[in-house]
Design a binder for this molecule. Structure first.
Ligand SMILES: *Cc1c(COP(=O)(O)O)cnc(C)c1O
Length: 464
């Protein structure tokens, strides 16, 4: 053991290595020395755990690799061939061309973010987006913050801190990544009073929980799960009526923020923001980057006297949205106003792509496989905590086996190689097959998918 430690080169010895010298032409010497020290420390731990001392070359290689990784962004574009349109791990909604242009223009220079060009005095960042949000949703007022989780946190902190908020037990949901809505709510200092049972909550359950400490009733979209069988839940209409009777505001955490009728695309109905406002909720809260198809944002629309309270709360500063996303969101909302969302907003374009079109694109990908190409029927998912269980029929390119001869290792090997492409391509593995769904791929990425498939298959060099 002792001798293995002694075989580790010194910092000076490494600094005199040719490749490390070259490294110092691109990076400051202190950084290189730091990386060498970190590398030697890792190797000491590795030797202590019983591994042999690496060669000098290996250590040099490791230091160079660390320097390379530091100066190359780890966050990069990928092609989403999973068929999950709002894939939270892959960054949710891709943006429209107009949104990208607006964000680019705002990023480049200065803007009138909080400056009134008419009067030449201080303005409000909320002013740029409030009118259009009110127009689209029918609400009296609107406020945009960092994301929907912070919108919920802000609303409950400002309006229900040290008081009680009543929620159905069936709506106390975890929205993924171990992230639980009730825990966010509790951070506000409001006491969450869960009523009913997992599958059934009646109006009487809410009513019995109301007491002088009650600050609000809240409905939470079940997002990513569906209750089947013997279930009962209160309609928003009934909840609003109950709220009115007891002079309590009703908050609607819609999650996805849908402004279009999903049934027109063969999907289940997804609650729409306009409906909640029309039914009289005091606040409706939703994300900018789910079904709305814009950049990450949390949008709150509702009654003016309540939104005004939120705008004045100190937390609003801690959760505020930046100028770039504000520009992107604004451009996205204009698509809805101009009735062009289905063609311009990528999420809706994907949702509404006809099956024949998907099949044509799957056949294009299949050109990479010559004769044994397999296009199968399948389902695309909406994802992103909207339309729980909602799927659309699709066509998939299946790789990694033919007929009954499926080869799990082959499917994994192809998937791994596709992830190493530039840009990486991510598919999904199901029933020992690697499936590529054109629906969630941007049409302009199709050629890249085909080229990458060709190169991966040539590389594998045997039947797939
Ligand atoms: C997704 C979701 C949230 C969180 O929204 P973010 O914009 O991701 O912060 C909150 N509530 C519900 C019901 C959701 O579906």
């Amino acid at each position: 053991m002792e001798s293995e430690f002694q075989r580790l080169p010194s910092v000076d010895r490494l600094l005199s290595e040719e490749r490390i010298k070259q490294l110092q032409e691109s990076y400051p010497r202190v950084l290189v020395v730091d990386l060498i020290r970190q590398c030697l420390e890792r190797e000491r731990l590795s030797i202590a755990s019983g591994k042999p001392c690496p060669s000098l070359d290996e250590i040099v290689e490791s230091v160079c690799a660390q320097a390379w990784a530091l100066s190359h962004p780890s966050l990069r574009p990928v092609i989403n061939a999973t068929g999950v349109i709002l894939h939270t791990n892959l960054g949710r909604a891709p943006l429209s061309q107009e949104a990208i242009v607006a964000m680019d223009a705002t990023a480049k220079g200065y803007c009138n973010l909080e400056f009134d060009l008419d009067s030449g005095t201080r303005g409000s960042r909320h002013s740029h987006i409030e009118h259009i949000l009110c127009q689209l949703t029918g609400a009296e007022a609107a406020l945009v913050v960092n994301n929907n989780a912070s919108a919920v946190l802000l609303a409950l902190t400002a309006l229900a801190r040290k008081k009680e908020v009543i929620v159905s037990r069936g709506q106390a949901v975890e929205i993924g990544g171990g992230f639980r809505i009730p825990e966010v709510m509790r951070q506000s200092g409001a006491k969450l009073v869960e009523v009913g049972t997992t599958n059934c909550t009646y109006l009487a359950d809410y009513e019995q929980a109301i007491n002088p400490r009650t600050a609000a009733l809240i409905r939470v979209h079940s997002s990513n799960f569906k209750l089947l069988g013997f279930t009962y839940s209160v309609t928003l209409e009934e909840l609003v009526a109950l709220g009115h009777r007891y002079h309590l505001p009703v908050f609607d955490d819609l999650g996805s923020g849908c402004l279009l009728d999903t049934t027109k695309f063969g999907l289940d109905p997804e609650p729409m923001v306009q409906q909640s406002i029309a039914l009289g909720v005091e606040l409706a809260l939703f994300s900018g980057d789910k079904l709305l198809g814009g950049p990450q944002a949390g949008i709150i629309v509702g009654k003016k006297h309540i939104i005004d309270k939120l705008k004045r709360h100190p937390l609003v500063r801690a959760v505020r949205i930046d100028k770039i996303r504000l520009a992107g969101l604004s451009a996205t909302l204009i698509h809805y106003l101009e009735n062009e969302a289905v063609i311009k907003v990528p999420v809706w374009r994907m949702l509404s792509t006809p099956l024949e079109e998907i099949e044509k694109r799957a056949r294009l990908y299949a050109q990479a496989l010559a004769s044994s190409a397999r296009i199968i029927e399948g389902e695309s998912m909406i994802g992103g905590g909207s339309l729980p269980g909602g799927t659309l029929p699709t066509r998939l390119l299946a790789l990694g086996g033919q007929g009954k001869r499926k080869n799990k290792d082959l499917a994994q090997a192809i998937a791994q190689r596709l992830r190493c492409q530039e840009p990486p391509i991510v598919g999904r593995i199901s029933d020992n097959l690697l499936l590529l769904d054109p629906r969630s791929v941007l049409p302009e990425e199709d050629e890249t998918v085909l080229e990458s498939l060709c190169s991966v298959i040539a590389d594998l060099g045997h039947p797939y």
